[in-house]
Design a binder for this molecule. Structure first.
Ligand code: NOJ
Length: 565
């Protein structure tokens, strides 16, 4: 029995709150007051690249359904699927033209219902991606909005006159290059787009927009969805007076002078809208995960909400830019852990170079991948994996501009090669196309797929995949990992990051060697009241105990010691 089920059973026997998760009823909490999304391990799936069931070189919903047993055996509790709604695919689904349907390239609504039912059978929850900031320029709302200045949906988007003939309304920049304004010659006004011109920003100041968008979440909740990952929340609102952003030193990757995005990002109004969206989510015991690009850990607090009434899980994406050192990680985790909400750890996603590639030193690549797994899967908080991380999938960047699929990669080539590299097909088997498709895959698999794939790694007890499976099993079985507090120890060690996860009379000591040299570390846990604890190694890779209080670690090795009082 998994830990949450055990807790609910015990809680139930003890007469503690235990209620089903249906609409209008109080949510399930365990004896520690934790909700399902605090216990769950989330797994992000980029549907174009997960599994192709119909041989067109592109992944689909039936492909995901066919792999649910793999996900269950891995230890995943919830899958977040990036957009599979109808879309012209300018931004590979993040340009939605209908929020309440399925793009035929991914299947049908019946396929979705089958995925939902099969997931439910396996106790895997579904999380969808909710693109709140913008729609596609092919969405019927925008087509109407563009049709005339007096159209019913005109004010659903942000239309303005130019500053002067030929001049956009202000100096705001699209994050994907060029101006953030596109001129429409037929109605002689500009519309605002923070991303591609094909992604016009919605006007969230219009209550009709809010209602339509909130209704979209209800539509999916009623179809069994357990929550949403909110895309680009930072940019939902803009200054109504459209003030120019102040200049900043330097130029960006497109060669444009930098500006401070003061008037089109992180406006206070976002929080009021999130509070209202959260009320809807609460009716369904659902979770809201945020794509929150904070520039400082303290900003996470704002997204949790003053009364924890906004996003339950704002992602800490700063972790992905940290220098690879014990000290940097120790300081960062301390800040996130004390940020006031339930922490969320992510080490890569479909917009960020894969962690395997980011941290590789050319010599200990697999060891580093295992170390990173032991790190983010043993912290206090929720972990969100990215498909293929568990295999040590690496980036496979385009070799020339002609090969690039991601438009931003074409615009910023060669400074930035775009995001194709981290979106390549899941590596299921050795051999042709890594078992992803019978056809030509939409992106090529790297040569390392020959060794880093599910079949090969399942046969090897020391593979990255085997380490992930053991760590995920521990997350479900060890109360200290789910419920325990977090306390770092040996804080002056420049090479080894170590911490305790303590719950009642048990603790796990996690010891991570962030250096490429062998380290021998001594622990004195008397001050933690653990001097007399019985100890045993719960999991280790490239590490062993050397005497009662000492652990020896090979370069990038990790050791997890279980202590029981
Ligand atoms: C963030 C998404 O993760 C990214 O892939 C997309 O391009 C932008 N938002 C725009 O929707």
């Amino acid at each position: 029995m998994s830990l949450p089920s055990k807790i609910f059973l015990i809680a139930g026997l003890a007469g503690v709150l235990i209620l089903p998760a249906a609409r209008g009823q109080k949510p399930e909490v365990d004896a520690q007051g934790h909700r399902w999304w605090q216990h769950a391990v989330f797994y992000e799936i980029y549907p174009r690249s997960f599994a192709d069931s119909n041989g067109d070189g592109i992944g689909d919903l039936d492909g995901i359904t066919s792999k649910l047993d793999y996900l269950k055996a891995l230890g995943v509790d919830a899958i977040w699927i990036t957009p599979f709604f109808p879309s012209p695919q300018v931004d590979f689904g993040y340009d939605v033209s209908d929020y309440q349907a399925i793009d035929p390239m991914y299947g049908t609504m019946a396929d979705f219902d089958k995925l939902s039912a099969e997931s439910k059978k396996r106790n895997i929850r579904l999380i969808l991606d909710f693109v709140v900031n913008h729609t596609s320029d092919r969405h019927k709302w925008f087509l109407d909005s563009k049709s005339s200045r007096t159209a019913e949906h005109r004010d659903w988007y942000i239309w303005r006159d130019g500053k002067s003939p030929g001049q956009p309304p202000n100096n705001w920049l699209s994050t994907f290059g060029l101006s953030a304004w596109k001129y429409d010659p037929s109605t002689k006004q500009y519309y605002y787009h923070y991303f591609y011109p094909e992604q016009p920003d919605l006007n969230w100041r219009n209550p009709a927009v809010e209602k339509a968008m909130f209704d979209t979440t209800r539509f999916w909740y009623k179809r069994g969805v357990s929550g949403f990952r909110l895309d680009a929340v930072d940019t939902m609102f803009e200054d109504p007076n459209l003030k120019d952003n102040p200049p900043a030193p330097g130029t960006d990757k497109f060669g444009r002078p930098n500006t401070v995005e003061k008037y089109n990002k992180k406006l206070p109004e976002i929080h009021l809208a999130l509070q209202r969206l959260r009320k809807v989510a609460d009716e369904y015991n659902a979770v809201l995960i945020g794509e929150t690009w904070t520039s400082d850990v303290s900003q996470l607090r704002e997204y949790y909400g003053a009364h924890n009434n906004e996003l339950q899980l704002p992602m800490d994406l700063l972790l992905n830019g940290l220098p690879f050192s014990a000290d940097a990680y120790r300081k960062h985790v301390a800040a996130v852990d004390s940020s006031g909400g339930w922490p969320v750890y992510v080490i890569t996603n479909h917009d960020i170079v894969r962690s395997y590639t980011r941290y590789a030193d050319g010599k200990h690549n697999d060891e580093i991948a295992k170390l990173m797994a032991a790190f983010y899967l043993t912290l206090r908080g929720t972990a969100i994996m990215y498909y293929g991380e568990e295999l040590g999938m690496e980036n496979n960047d385009p070799k020339s501009r002609d090969e690039v699929q991601d438009p931003v990669g074409k615009l910023s080539w060669p400074t930035d090669k775009g995001r194709d590299g981290e979106r390549t097909p899941m590596q299921w088997t050795p051999g042709r196309n890594a078992g992803f498709t019978q056809a030509k895959p939409w992106l090529p698999v790297p040569p390392s797929a020959e060794t880093h794939n599910v079949v090969t790694e399942e046969a090897n007890p020391d593979s990255i995949l085997s380490v992930y499976k053991k760590l995920l099993a521990m997350r479900h079985d060890e109360p200290a990992l789910v419920e325990g507090d977090y306390r770092s120890v040996n804080n002056d060690d420049p090479n080894v990051f170590a911490y305790l996860r303590r719950f009642k009379n048990e603790a796990l000591l996690v010891v991570l060697n962030f250096s490429n040299a062998r380290q021998s570390v001594k622990f004195d846990l008397g001050a933690q009241g653990l001097a007399s604890a019985k100890t045993r190694t719960a999991l280790a890779s490239g590490a062993s105990r050397a005497g009662k209080d000492t652990i020896t670690l090979e370069p990038f090795g990790f050791h997890i010691e279980k202590m029981t009082l």
